[in-house]
Design a protein around this ligand. Structure first.
Ligand SMILES: [Zn+2]
Length: 344
């Protein structure tokens, strides 16, 4: 069986993907035209060409990303994005996905939280029923905003609390440490949200930020979390406490290979709960799950067993009901068995 076929058929889960990063160029251009938003792109090729973010990648990526999110204006726009992405999950055999969304980038432009989220939730529910994909929501603080604005976001989300599983922290990390949102995280924990937060790659104070996520915010997962590898004590701690690390082996058009390709294998071999995620699949050349994960296996030279282990970690780290997780793990094991027996 080819690597592409093996990865395509494997049951997969995704824990780190931003709804706003799933707008395919055709939808991006269509929404921009409908809503009268000037992006400076005429064609889909123009969109792809704009995605070769120079180093340092994070701020350049975020500048592009926040320019594009402005095309999302009406509740129907958010619903269309949700539906399209869950259908893409189905096409990639992603059985379970936990989708982050960042309301602050929308409410700051005058989008009302309630109608926006209600439309997304209806689209999620319908698309999940149509495709069989399981999907949960993670509401994300954009960390360049103030602590008070983060609390206002939680206020706006309160009527929908039962439909949102987790709280996350994303966007411009420089100068915005996790501790800035200690109060919002404490409040979220008290009201039953599951907790995660981004500690992005190659940021100033990365190790300190990971430590704050664990000690101050009390997260169960860290999004990226590459720099646990820089500190042996932190490495031992995330292994012992089973803190999940949702790494993203994305790449830009001019990257020679998936970024973090070797690091994820180091983490896997160290028995860290590391998974492979697409982050913003319509804003990176790595694209969607099957395409990205197949490239990781091919370029990294990793075994089928390694790829099953990454997928297993994603299911194990998910916030889905345990019964569902057990079912997906049984499917994954059966798939791995049948794939290996068909090769022997
Ligand atoms: Zn992310």
């Amino acid at each position: 069986m080819s690597i592409d076929s093996f990865i395509a058929g494997m049951p997969k889960a995704e824990l780190h993907v931003h709804l706003e990063g799933t707008l395919e160029p055709a939808m991006l251009l269509q929404l921009a035209a409908k809503n009268g938003v000037e992006l400076g792109f005429e064609t889909e090729d123009d969109v792809w060409a704009a995605q070769d973010y120079p180093d340092p990648a994070l701020p350049h990526f975020l500048d592009y990303h926040l320019k594009c999110v402005r095309v999302l204006q009406e509740p129907a726009d958010f619903a269309a994005a949700t539906k399209a992405f869950i259908e893409t999950c189905a096409a990639n055999n992603v059985r379970h996905v936990e989708i982050m969304f960042g309301p602050m980038a929308h409410t700051v432009r005058g989008v009302e939280f309630g109608p926006m989220f209600a439309a997304m939730e209806r689209a999620r529910s319908d698309a999940c029923a149509d495709t069989g994909v399981s999907a949960l929501w993670i509401i994300c603080i954009d960390r360049e905003h103030t602590a008070e604005e983060a609390e206002a976001m939680l206020d706006a989300a309160e009527p929908y609390r039962h439909q949102i599983t987790g709280l996350g922290l994303a966007s411009y990390e420089e100068g915005n440490p996790p501790s800035k949102f200690e109060d919002a995280y404490r409040r979220a924990k008290d009201s039953g949200y599951r907790l995660t937060a981004h500690c992005d790659c190659d940021q100033r104070d990365s190790v300190e930020h990971i430590r704050q996520c664990l000690d101050v915010l009390g997260v169960e997962r860290i999004d990226h979390g590459l720099h646990v590898l820089d500190d042996s004590g932190l490495s031992e701690r995330v292994i012992a406490d089973r803190i999940a690390l949702t790494m993203c082996t994305t790449w830009r058009p001019s990257d020679p290979e998936p970024r973090r390709l070797r690091a994820v294998k180091t983490m896997l071999d160290a028995d860290m709960l590391v998974s492979l995620n697409t982050d913003d699949p319509s804003e990176f050349a790595s694209r969607h799950m099957t395409h990205m994960v197949a490239a990781v296996q091919r370029v990294g030279g990793y075994s089928d067993a390694d790829m099953v282990a990454f997928a297993r970690n994603a299911f194990v780290s998910s916030w889905a009901d345990r019964g569902d997780v057990d079912g997906w793990l049984a499917d994954l094991d059966a798939y791995a068995d049948s794939a290996s027996s068909s090769q022997s």
